[in-house]
Design a protein around this ligand. Structure first.
Ligand SMILES: NC(=O)c1ccc[n+]([C@@H]2O[C@H](COP(=O)([O-])OP(=O)(O)OC[C@H]3O[C@@H](n4cnc5c(N)ncnc54)[C@H](OP(=O)(O)O)[C@@H]3O)[C@@H](O)[C@H]2O)c1
Length: 261
């Protein structure tokens, strides 16, 4: 029965896998026996993550300096992965950025950059791995959405647009590629303690407490909290699950106002 969660000798590309949530998903996959490709921009962070995972789990790794919004670089990401490992089994579209402002204050260059990385990047990477997955007889694509995929946030209009779009893209790709045995799902993390939200806690007084109060689990999430859902969606256990949006949020998205303490 444990085979249904095995990732032994699977090859997983994790965009933004050198820090935060992506690195913990990479660690979880490595712990289940997968070989890991980390695709992100900061070479030093990527080299450190590669070394850490390789030493801890004895798996093979590949670190690539990639901007997920750049078509040529994404194509190189897949080419180099296939050159080294001969296959791609799993793609985690985790790379993402945010800039918090009121809608009226955004420069269009900021809007474009958020959409380029968070939305275009997910499509480019998914499109790029498709031929290899089809040739293999199947694959798993895991996108990372957000609570901003389902709630409105005054200071996150472009981010929310991108993350809402990722949910709809997930459903479209899931339908299109089901005949190829490729399952496409999206994880919706709640408030997770990473460099991305550290800035929000500094910028927004009281956020730390408000998130804790609004979360039935009574705490912020840690990047490791995403590990179980990611393993499930990467493993044979989820072979009949596709197009799903799975909140991993300590109940943040289901609590009624009357129960907020
Ligand atoms: N933390 C939360 O509470 C939370 C909640 C919901 C959703 N999320 C989502 O979870 C994902 C990971 O976020 P995080 O909190 O772990 O943030 P993080 O610590 O800032 O990590 C973001 C990662 O994305 C990479 N990245 C950014 N732009 C990139 C690009 N153009 N090309 C390739 N890689 C890029 C970064 O690496 P480089 O800088 O080296 O490129 C970094 O590894 C994001 O999609 C985020 O929207 C986070």
């Amino acid at each position: 029965m444990e085979q249904i969660f095995s990732l032994k000798d699977k090859v997983a590309i994790i965009t933004g896998g050198n820090g935060g949530i992506g690195k913990e998903i990479a660690r979880a996959f490595a712990g289940m026996g997968a070989h890991i490709v980390i695709a992100a921009r900061n070479e030093q962070k990527t080299a450190d993550a590669e070394r850490e995972l390789g030493e801890a789990f004895g798996i093979r790794t590949l670190g690539l300096k990639i901007d997920v919004g750049d078509e040529k670089q994404v194509s190189r990401m897949v080419d180099e992965t296939i050159e080294k490992f001969k296959r791609v089994d799993i793609l985690v579209n985790n790379a993402g950025i945010n800039i918090r402002k009121m809608p009226q204050d955004y420069e269009m260059s900021e809007w474009d950059e958020i959409i380029r990385i968070n939305l275009r990047g997910v499509f480019l990477c998914s499109q790029a791995v498709y031929p290899a997955m089809k040739k293999n007889g199947g694959g798993k694509i895991i996108n990372i959405g957000s609570m901003a995929s389902i709630f409105g946030h005054a200071r996150m209009a472009p981010y929310g647009t991108s993350k809402g779009g990722v949910v709809q893209m997930t459903r479209s790709l899931a339908v299109a590629w089901a005949p190829d045995n490729i399952q496409v799902n999206v994880i919706l993390p709640g408030w997770i303690n990473t460099p991305l939200t550290m800035q929000a806690r500094r910028d927004l007084p009281g956020l730390e407490h408000r998130v804790t109060a609004r979360t039935p689990a009574g705490r912020w999430g840690e990047p490791q909290d995403l590990a179980g859902a990611a393993i499930f969606l990467a493993a044979p256990a989820s072979d009949f699950v596709t197009g799903a949006a799975l909140p991993v949020d300590g109940g943040f998205s289901i609590m009624h106002i009357e129960d907020v303490p």
